[in-house]
Design a protein around this ligand. Sequence first.
Ligand SMILES: [Zn+2]
Length: 178
Amino acid sequence: MNRILASITSLEAHAAALESGCEALRPRNCPHCNGCKLWAHGYYERKADRGLGSEGALNPVTIARFMCPACIHTCSRVPLCIAPRRWYNWAVQQRVLLLILTGSSVNYCSGFAALDRRTVRRWRDWLAQRSEDFVFRLRSRFAELGREIDTPALWCSVMNDMSLGLAMAWLDQDLIVP
Ligand SMILES: [Zn+2]
């Protein structure tokens, strides 16, 4: 869907891109009809500064919105340091999912990361439900992942070598990892 802007890795860099006119934030193509020449279409705000070490100082985060004149849909992209439609950033999710993948319980992860058990369970279920599709696409692009003995080992390798955020950006088709 091209929702993740892999080249912008911090909220500070994202704020700078907003100030310099949003060109770096503009999607190349409409995610709905693949049309080009999207128009700037205002902004919205979302809370995203959780687990980033700045204790909420950068909330709310302003996200630029764009409109496609061909199909009249709007779209936007978030920087790599925050996750689309999630309160917590990829780094926090990765820490918790690595624990889950190596056998820790939901209760343990919840206590360890000071997160609600429902949040941990939701992330665990999300990865389990999407894994088959994600793994198929990752393995078809990164041959070395074919050597991992099972899916948990593959995810550990992806998170340790590439990071969950970059893997999601790649799956989201914003980034070609060399
Ligand atoms: Zn469109």
